[in-house]
Ligand binder design. Structure first.
Ligand code: HEM
Length: 463
């Protein structure tokens, strides 16, 4: 469903279901798209409990109860769902994204420190260089040539995160191998763990086909080589792997071994790559359909930067660019579901929660709750402008509480800066009549990608 009118744009989103799906529909639906199977009543704040086969599912969709789950009772709800753990464990091992308990407690400060916002200036230049290099490539395309935006944005954010994590000297092919390995792994990953719903509290181990095994071997091989090179003193000083190793050596607790270092480096790469790429892709789709917003954005870039390229230090002045990114994160949160497993029985509001129940917090639903947001399905970036006061438990694209995304500032600044650099020089025009459909397996992407033409903005039009 998508709607346009004079001065308004309601971007694509699935119609809510009219009647409860049965188990077969749930399983098939989840394998295709994890955001498609919600009823109209879920698009309001509240809390709901139902069963899928033998498992209790508690959908927590109000700021108050989200605070209870992710902050107040973090210790009981810190654990990711078996679904997510099983889907990612072969690739990420005990990496931060899926670990819990003592492992998570020990690693979190280490990882949070190396991606912290105070390090942004060190990585800002990498972001600028990578975005300018894509701009130069686009400028060399024949006029009217089409690109596929999820791929282009994936290439851009992979260049940034691989240089930030592995260091600039890592060969381009190695970074490409990691990206290809992740994509192949994601294609082979199953987004529904039937065993968990049939009663196995830890879920069933994911099946490992040949393609999946090859993908894992490729990612592990490349990342391990990078770690070993750094350990041998051959890596780039200042890369995240370098910082990880140096912090680790200074840590009083038992130091991480090569496998643990590999898992954390791979986790940061995975967590920071596709999330930012899809944010940018959705931002282009939204901007292209709201020329009145695009105009504000261009005027702002012109006023702040003139004809020189935007830099990290311009970001505080680029309010519209940031608001467009935030609105893209609201409408299309790259991580649209935050599933947790209750460690012990609990009570959320009036709902008795069973041990091992699936607690589903869905930024996808929360960000579109009709009683929390004015015109929730409209693209209205101005809702984030001028110090707007947004309830931090109603807008959670980076989660909230102790497990909040440690790369939040990195990701937000990266997306805003890349948008500003590319929007200064290009208009991005999606293929006419192309049907855009948001689908989620691990992240929320446009189904089949987003083909678009990139048109150089002439100097006069840039004014
Ligand atoms: C727009 C970009 C991004 C979005 C929307 C995003 C979103 C998220 C979300 C929602 C989580 C929590 C998942 C959950 O609790 O189930 C998370 C965790 C994480 N993110 Fe991000 N992220 C982004 C960029 C980044 C970047 C750039 C990095 C690193 C440089 C990063 C590193 C991580 C890590 C390591 C975790 C695991 C934290 C933990 O479990 O303690 N993310 N991210």
């Amino acid at each position: 469903m998508e709607r346009r009118g004079p001065g308004e744009f309601v971007p694509c989103h699935p119609e809510p279901l009219r009647k409860d799906p049965n188990l077969v529909q749930i399983v098939l639906g989840a394998r295709h798209n994890l955001i498609g199977g919600w009823m109209a009543e879920h698009y309001r704040s509240g809390i709901d409990s139902f069963r899928i086969a033998r498992r209790q599912i508690v959908v927590v969709n109000s700021p108050e109860y989200i605070k209870y789950v992710l902050v107040t009772r973090h210790a009981n709800f810190e654990r990711k769902s078996p679904q997510m753990r099983r889907a990612l464990e072969a690739l990420l091992g005990d990496g931060l994204f899926i670990s819990d308990g003592d492992v998570w407690k020990k690693r979190r400060p280490l990882v949070a420190d190396i991606v912290h916002k105070r390090r942004l200036p060190e990585f800002g230049q990498t972001m600028e260089e990578a975005a300018l290099s894509v701009a130069d490539e686009w400028a060399r395309l024949p006029e009217g040539a089409e690109v596929e935006l999820t791929e282009e944005m994936g290439r851009l954010t992979a260049a940034i995160i691989s240089r930030a994590v592995f260091g600039k000297s890592i060969a381009r092919e190695a970074a490409q191998q990691v990206v290809d390995g992740f994509s192949a792994y994601q294609r082979a990953a199953d987004s529904f763990n039937l065993g968990y719903f049939l009663g196995a509290d830890e879920g069933w181990p994911a099946l490992g086909g040949r393609k999946r095994r090859q993908a894992i071997a490729m990612v592990h091989g490349v990342v391990e080589n990078v770690v070993n090179a750094h350990l041998a003193g051959e890596g780039d000083a200042g890369s995240m792997v370098d910082l990880l190793i140096r912090r680790n050596q200074r840590s009083a607790a038992a130091p991480l071994d090569v496998t643990a270092l590999r898992n954390e480096a791979a986790t940061i790469f995975m967590a920071g790559h596709e999330t930012t790429a899809t944010t940018l892709t959705w931002a282009w789709y939204l901007l292209a359909n709201a020329p009145w917003v695009a105009q504000k954005l261009h005027e702002e870039i012109e006023a702040v930067c003139g004809s020189r390229p935007p830099t990290l230090s311009d970001l505080p002045q680029l309010g519209w660019c940031r608001a467009v990114i935030q609105e893209a994160l609201r409408l299309y949160p790259p991580v649209p579901l935050l599933p947790r497993q209750a460690i012990e029985a609990d009570r959320i509001g009036h709902i008795n929660v069973e041990k091992s129940a699936l607690i589903m917090i869905a930024p996808w639903l929360l960000h579109r709750a009709a009683d929390l947001w004015d015109k929730p399905n409209h693209f209205l970036p101005e809702r984030f402008l001028n110090g707007a006061s947004i309830n931090p438990f109603a807008f959670i694209p980076f989660a909230v509480g102790p497990r909040i995304c440690p790369g939040m500032n990195f990701g937000q600044d990266e997306a805003t800066l890349c948008l500003a650099i590319l929007a200064q020089r290009f208009d991005v025009i999606p293929r006419k009549d192309y049907k855009v459909e948001p689908v989620c397996r691990l992240t929320l992407r446009p189904n089949g990608g987003l083909p678009a033409r990139v048109m150089q903005r002439s100097t006069e039009r840039r004014m």
